[in-house]
Design a protein around this ligand. Sequence first.
Ligand code: SF4
Length: 317
Amino acid sequence: MKAFTYQRAKDPTQAARAVAERPGAKFLAGGTNLLDLMKIEVETPVHLVDVQDLKLDKIEPTDAGGLRIGALVTNTDLATDARIRRDYGVLSRAIVAGASGQLRNKATTAGNLLQRTRCPYFYDTNLPCNKRRPGSGCAAIGGVSRQLAVIGSSEHCIATNPSDMAVAMRVLDAEVETVDARGAPRSIPIAEFHRLPGDTPHIDTNLRFGELITAVTLPKPIGGHQFYEKVRDRASYAFALVSVAAVVEKDGTGRVALGGVAHKPWRVEAADAAMPQGASAVAARLFAGADPTPDNAFKVPLAERTLAAVINQASST
Ligand code: SF4
C-alpha cells in the first residue's frame, strides 16, 4: 500500500474543503471498497479525509412526505428500517441482495453509490484499463466479458456498475444531496448521478472534485408491488449478472430499472410506458441499441425472462 496522510473531519464543509484543496485526496467512510483497492494499489490516494464523525447517520422524514437518508447510514440500518421495509420494499430487498451481513454492517449509503466496478481487469494492475489508468486501453474488450455491459458502453470501457442499492434508488427516483467546499448544497437526481463511460471511463459520477454526499432523499412512497430480483452465478456474495428493480401496479403499469447491464443503473422512460404490454415490449425498449459481446449476449434474454417472472408474480398477488 502507498503511504498516505489521514485526518478526521469535524463537519461536512470542512471535509469537502480538505479534499478539494488536496489533489489526490479522497473521502473515507466505511472503507469496504476503498481500503481493498488501496491494498492492491488500484487506488492510491495521497490523503484520506475520514468522514465517520459527521453525524450523517439518521433517516428522517422530509416535508414532501419522503425520507432523507444520511450518507453514513449503514446498509444494514437502511435495509432494516421499518419505514423502508414498509414503503420502499424494492430498496430494502436490493440492499439485502448485496454483499454479506458483515459488509452491510460497515458499508454506508454514500459509499454504496460510489463503489467502483468489479470488472476483473480493473483489479489487475499488470493489464491495461482506461478506468484505472486513463489512456492505457481496455483489456476487457476482446477479453473475458461475461459479467460486463451490454448497453451504454463505449470503445474505451464496457464495465458495469456493481451496486444493487443504486438500481432500487433509480427506480424510486431518489435524489443525491451534496455539499461543496464553500458549504453550498446541491441536489442531483439519481438518473444524472452515475455516468456512462464515453471517453472518460475513469470518471464514474457527476460529483465535482471535493463534493461530499450528505444524504439521499426518497420521494413520498409510490405504492405498488415492489420487487428486486437478482440473477447471479452463485446464490450469495456475488454481483448481478442481471437484476430487475420493479414497481408494478394492479393495472400492469409501473416502472423498471436494471442492474448488471450497464455502467449505471439502466432505466428508459419509454420502457416504463410499455409495462402494460408485457416483458418483451419493455425489454425491446430497455435494450434498444444494445451492443453485447459474444460472452454476455445471454444477459438480454435473461433480463427479459427475469422481468417476465416479476410481472407474473405481480399479477398473481
Ligand atoms: Fe477497465 Fe472498463 Fe476495460 Fe474493465 S471494461 S478493463 S474497467 S476500461
